[in-house]
Design a protein around this ligand. Structure first.
Ligand SMILES: Nc1ncnc2c1ncn2[C@@H]1O[C@H](COP(=O)(O)OP(=O)(O)OP(=O)(O)O)[C@@H](O)[C@H]1O
Ligand SMILES: C=C(C)CCOP(=O)(O)O
Length: 250
């Protein structure tokens, strides 16, 4: 079982509102289709995809002052932010389906929630059944209802971590716009086992991002039992073929 995140910054133009990076999304979809065709059991993909927001969702959330902890009850904000993420989800699904990947949508806003302490409750029974029936569920960073705060943002990274745990994923991959976690000299760090030592180089995203950039990503991955890999789009095919490009977080 592989849980793969397509980073929003990898598949969109993060500096132009609600704009796809069409070429990047096509190339990611090609890599996924090729990997499924080449797998020993093409009818049984055993793959769950989550995508982030990039230029969809983050700017909308920021405009409405909504983050993973700051909530809102404004119905227009809800539809604006969730709507942007559903639009991107539609683009991702259509590129995958064009390539015969049996992709199906799962909108976390319809199923997940947070309690007062912010703990995420993400039901995964439907995702498990989709996978066992040969589909590829495609989730996305989204809003979730949050006890006493209205709605807050859930990042794709948080969803990846929850799914990896619940589905006992063998491998977790985060495909981003960078070739891995970079050190002070912009060299890819091969392995991260603790936050100590790397905390200084982990920063926010360069673009509008309400969910914390690389620092939040590494922290979420360190909590997992499964080995996780952060790599760039050029390495997606290699990752899906079983290699460990970029940075391994374990
Ligand atoms: N040490 C670091 N190494 C690599 N990237 C870093 C580092 N510190 C900060 N970053 C930033 O983190 C960004 C990747 O995080 P970001 O959250 O944008 O990725 P994503 O998951 O692809 O996108 P999204 O959150 O929209 O889904 C990089 O583009 C870079 O700007
Ligand atoms: C901003 C929203 C709504 C989702 C963000 O998901 P992410 O890009 O995975 O952090």
């Amino acid at each position: 079982m592989i849980v793969l995140k397509l980073g929003g910054s990898a598949i969109t133009d993060k500096d132009r509102a609600e704009t796809l990076d069409g070429e990047a999304l096509e190339s990611a979809s090609d890599a996924i289709a090729t990997a499924l065709e080449a797998s020993a059991e093409p009818g049984n993909p055993n793959l769950v995809i989550v995508h982030g927001g990039g230029s969809f969702g983050h700017a909308n959330a920021s405009d409405h002052g909504v983050t993973t902890t700051e909530g809102s009850h404004d119905i227009d904000a809800v539809h604006d932010i969730h709507g942007a993420m559903k639009t991107l989800n539609g683009f991702v699904l259509s590129r995958l389906i064009e390539r015969d990947v049996p992709a199906v949508p799962v909108h976390p806003f319809s199923t997940a929630s947070r309690d007062q302490s912010g703990r995420l409750e993400l039901p995964t029974g439907q995702v498990e059944t989709m996978v066992s029936e040969g589909f590829v569920p495609v989730l996305h960073g989204d809003l979730v209802s949050h006890a006493e705060r209205g709605v807050t943002v859930v990042s794709g990274d948080e969803l990846v971590a929850e799914l990896a745990r619940a589905l006992e994923a063998d491998r977790v991959g985060l495909c981003s716009t960078v070739p891995g976690v970079l050190d002070d000299d912009d060299v890819v760090i091969e392995r991260i086992t603790t936050l100590e030592g790397v905390a200084d180089v982990l920063g926010e995203s360069e673009s509008t991002d309400v969910t914390g950039g690389m620092a939040a990503k590494v922290a979420a991955l360190l909590d997992l039992d499964a080995e996780a890999t952060i790599f760039g789009l050029d390495e997606l095919e290699a990752f899906l073929a079983g290699e460990r490009p970029g940075t391994t977080v374990y």
